[in-house]
Design a protein around this ligand. Structure first.
Ligand code: DGJ
Length: 729
């Protein structure tokens, strides 16, 4: 790994593990993009950018009609001075104009990776893990400095990028658009892959060819959203799960984002991602600076699977933080689908007792324990225990549960306020709102204005008080609506469009403070399930409730789609009752267990209502999961069969040393006279011998990968099998 600068050619060559990224300073300081792809030993610059005269592509230097920014592959392009493609940024000056001209000023190269102030980012533990290039660009007329930061890693085929604006001039600038990264590919022979969805139907995979014009995904919801994930990948046409080139872009941000690919008239492709410029501006006064979120760009020539494994390892070990990063995650029981908000202390104790009997390790008390909350209409913001439901308080309940040998966890939704709450009665101005307009409710609630310091301080104090008051070792941090009437009473008129980003900065400060105050608590984020499953949240909270949809068949797609970017250890997955509460489907306990075991395993049903036989089955599921969870949570992940294109799903987990393997196969609908197929495994050591831990049969690693294992005939809908193999030799 190295960043090399050739002063003669003015070329920066960033070499990561197996990837190279090459930038050149050309002419009077334009920053051109030369290459991103498989690692090159040297870039001799024998493949330079070709300049040819093109009609309707104007020329910044009248003496040279072959040079236009419109045809130049660039690192951080502007609009308005000869490039007509979508710009990476746009700044408004005091005179109303929006033309800027950034040119190379200087650069520095150093070991390690700097932190981003106030924003989440990938980190290193040792300086030797990464090398960073910072390039300063300057607009000399207005003294605006823009720092482009690139980091490459010794162990990952990833490059992180971020951008920092600093106003060193005297005039007040307004940022109208500021994306975090722009990559100009020299051709357009790609498919675009994105992850879309809705509540209870998150992260469906869509792959489509890119075509002339712009194709984009975005969120305008104030959260990264269920609807589109802040991620996209460009795949070469022949790329599949195992082979071919992929370029992944993942934004470490939890708010409004834009990801865009523009194919221009000459069939080049401009890819960019960052904060959504829609309804956004940022005032930058003299000496002020503005930091943009980080983008993690991954290159793989081992197909989509190779890209996913890079993201998994990088995010699991160098984005997630804290005590639990490397710790085995506990099996849990959550009372939400068991009781919803209708419970008593005794009912909770009964469920906890049943959980303890089957070997569950953590009890999570969900919504309804505070204020006077019996339904979704009240009490958000009033984080004091509901004495009617829990007369002896939280501490008493937590202690009783801990006495049984279970840990105790608690649900919060700190970013929200109910109109019917003491908090709202006291501070009606503390929610997001605009003057003289309706305050639209979602799930009967309003959103607190996290752009305000005092509101954030209140949340930090209120949540901390509860966490100090009882032996709590787990927190579920929920967020159940998106932002409307986005405005803040404390911001000036010209700063109103900063509110949504300031909300996210406030949220990051709150989470940073609370997770640092309580380092031994395991935090799981949630937004009506997977509405904020993004790298920004993972930096503070190492796991996420993947979806409010707990149906095992729906979960095949949801978990498969989520695995495109996110490590399996970050996904909460629970067994719930049938008929399933979201889709009314009836699946076997076996399948529900098998599918949920592919993540952080838990249950979300009333264990006291189960038969003895069902409890026995659950007990053995938990024993089995405890035996395999180190592989599921910390192993490598390979996708085998795609539920988006067939009637089956399959994937496997393998330990780092390749000695332990867990395979899941699921059939959705049963077929008449089905073919008798084999499932070919991936990632094993071909020279190892593996024993099936259930049947005792022995297979060669090569045999399992190239000949495969026989898929049993499953004679019913919604069926699944789990195999576990251990190396014997
Ligand atoms: C939405 C979450 O996703 C559910 O799991 C549950 O916690 C409810 N909110 C509680 O209101």
């Amino acid at each position: 790994m190295s960043v090399h600068y050739d002063p003669k050619e003015r070329i920066f060559h960033l070499r990561g593990k197996d990837t190279s990224y090459v930038i050149q300073i050309i002419r009077d300081g334009y920053l051109a993009h030369l290459y991103w792809g498989k690692r090159l030993n040297h870039f001799y610059s024998k493949n330079p950018i070709r300049f040819v005269k093109r009609g309707f592509s104007p020329n910044p230097e009248p003496s040279d009609q072959s040079f236009s920014l419109d045809t130049l592959p660039q690192e951080y392009p502007a609009y308005g001075n000869t490039d007509f493609r979508t710009p990476a940024y746009q700044i408004q000056l005091e005179n109303g104009s929006t033309i800027t001209d950034l040119r190379y000023k200087n650069h520095s190269i150093f070991k390690g990776k700097p932190k981003l102030s106030g924003l989440p980012s990938v980190y290193v533990e040792e300086e030797q893990e990464a090398e960073t290039l910072e390039i300063i660009l300057e607009d000399s007329l207005i003294h605006l400095q823009v720092k482009l930061t690139y980091t490459i890693f010794s162990e990952y085929n990833a490059i992180t990028r971020s951008v920092h604006f600093q106003n060193q001039g005297e005039e007040k600038l307004k940022i109208l658009r500021a994306l975090s990264a722009n990559v100009d590919f020299r051709d357009d022979q790609f498919d675009l892959l994105t992850l879309y969805g809705s509540h209870i139907n998150e992260r469906n995979i869509v792959r489509r060819p890119i075509v002339p014009g712009s194709q984009l995904i975005e969120s305008r919801r104030g959260a990264s959203s269920h609807q589109q994930n802040p991620f996209f990948a460009l795949l070469r046409k022949n790329t599949d799960e195992e082979k071919g080139e992929v370029y992944g872009f993942s934004l470490v941000y939890s708010g409004n984002f834009l990801a865009q690919v523009e194919v221009d008239q000459f069939h080049t492709a401009r890819a960019s991602i960052g904060i959504n410029p829609f309804d956004f501006t940022w005032l930058l006064k003299q000496n002020e600076s503005f930091q943009l979120p980080e983008v993690v760009m991954v290159y793989s020539d081992e197909g989509l699977g190779g890209m996913s494994r890079t993201y998994h390892e990088l995010y699991r070990t160098r984005l997630c933080r804290g005590t639990y990063r490397d710790l085995i995650r506990p099996t849990l029981i959550n009372n939400w689908e068991a009781t919803y908000m209708k419970f008593t202390a005794e009912k909770i104790i009964e469920i906890a007792k049943a959980a303890q009997e089957v070997g569950i390790e953590l009890f999570v008390l969900d919504d309804g324990w505070f204020g006077k909350r019996d339904n979704a209409k009240s009490s958000l913001g009033d984080w004091v225990v509901n004495k009617q439901k829990l007369p002896k308080g939280l501490a008493d309940l937590a202690k009783r549960i801990r006495k049984m040998g279970l840990e105790f966890g608690l649900w919060f939704e700190p970013e929200m306020v109910s109109v019917d709450s003491d908090l709202y009665r006291k501070h009606p101005d503390w929610c997001l709102h605009v003057p003289n307009r309706r305050r639209s409710e979602g799930r009967n609630q309003l959103v607190l204005d996290l752009s305000r310091t005092e509101v954030c301080d209140y949340i930090i104090a209120a949540v901390s008080n509860v966490l100090q008051s009882a032996p709590i070792t787990y927190v579920k941090w929920d967020m159940n609506r998106h932002l409307t009437e986005i405005g803040s009473e404390t911001l000036s008129a010209e700063q109103q469009r900063e509110t949504a980003h300031r909300y996210i900065l406030g949220l990051y400060r709150i989470m940073d403070e609370i997770t640092s105050r309580f380092p031994d608590i395991l935090f799981e984020s949630c937004s009506g399930g997977g509405g904020r499953f993004d790298p920004g949240m993972l930096y503070y909270m190492p796991q996420v409730w993947t979806s409010d949809n707990t149906d095992a068949v729906s979960r095949l797609k949801i978990q498969y789609g989520t695995s495109i970017v996110y490590p399996l250890v970050t996904m909460g997955a629970h067994v719930s009752a049938v008929p399933n509460h979201q889709v009314k489907r009836v699946t076997s306990l076996d399948m529900r267990g098998n599918v949920a075991m592919s993540g952080n395993f838990g249950y979300e049903l009333d264990l006291t209502k189960l038969t003895k036989k069902e409890k026995e089955e659950i007990k053995s599921q938990i024993t089995f999961y405890k035996d395999i969870r180190h592989i599921v949570q910390f192993g490598k992940f390979y996708r085998l069969l795609n539920p988006f294109i067939g009637n089956q799903a399959a994937w496997l987990f393998i330990s780092e040393d390749k000695t332990e393997v867990v395979v899941l196969y699921s059939q959705i609908l049963s077929q008449p006279n089905p073919p008798l197929c084999s499932l070919r495994l991936k990632g094993l050591n071909p020279n190892f011998l593996y024993r099936d831990t259930k049947t005792g049969e022995v297979y060669g690693g090569d045999e399992l990968m190239y000949a495969g294992i026989a898929i049993p005939q499953l004679k019913s809908d919604f069926n699944s099998v789990i195999w576990s193999f251990r190396r014997i030799k």
